[in-house]
Write a protein that binds this ligand. Structure first.
Ligand code: SF4
Length: 120
């Protein structure tokens, strides 16, 4: 699963962006339609919610050929600014199938909670 996907590809409502810019993860998993139905139209849904969906590999601009370049970049950026991964991982509904976690490990989850898919 891609943990930061556009609404058009979303199947899971992963979390909400708090006023502090952190992700409040939704568990257990809810379908993306729950978020999309309450999203309104005043701002892009991806700026207020985190949505997950199937990783589309070669049709995504972040795909490097063998892994997700966005997950790699998110982890590297967080390490530079904030340091090592936290010991307590967030309660997340997609960890078993998350591509960022599979490729980057626990550090992905620490960085993930700071990601806003559409941060315009
Ligand atoms: S990186 Fe971690 S917290 Fe984020 S969606 Fe994947 S498993 Fe969940």
């Amino acid at each position: 699963m891609c943990p930061s996907t556009p609404a058009a590809n979303a199947t899971v409502f992963l979390g909400m962006i708090t006023p502090a810019g952190r992700v409040a993860y939704v568990t257990p998993a809810l379908p993306a339609e729950v978020a999309l139905a309450t999203a309104g139209t005043d701002a892009p849904v991806e700026s207020r919610y985190r949505l997950a969906g199937p990783c589309v590999t070669t049709t995504c601009g972040f795909w490097t050929g063998d892994h997700c370049g966005l997950g790699e970049r998110v982890v590297a950026s967080y390490r530079e600014t904030a340091g090592p991964a936290e010991t307590d991982l967030p309660h997340c509904a997609i960890r078993r199938t998350c591509r960022w976690y599979a490729e980057q490990g626990r550090a992905a989850c620490t960085a993930c909670s700071h990601v806003v898919t559409d941060a315009r």
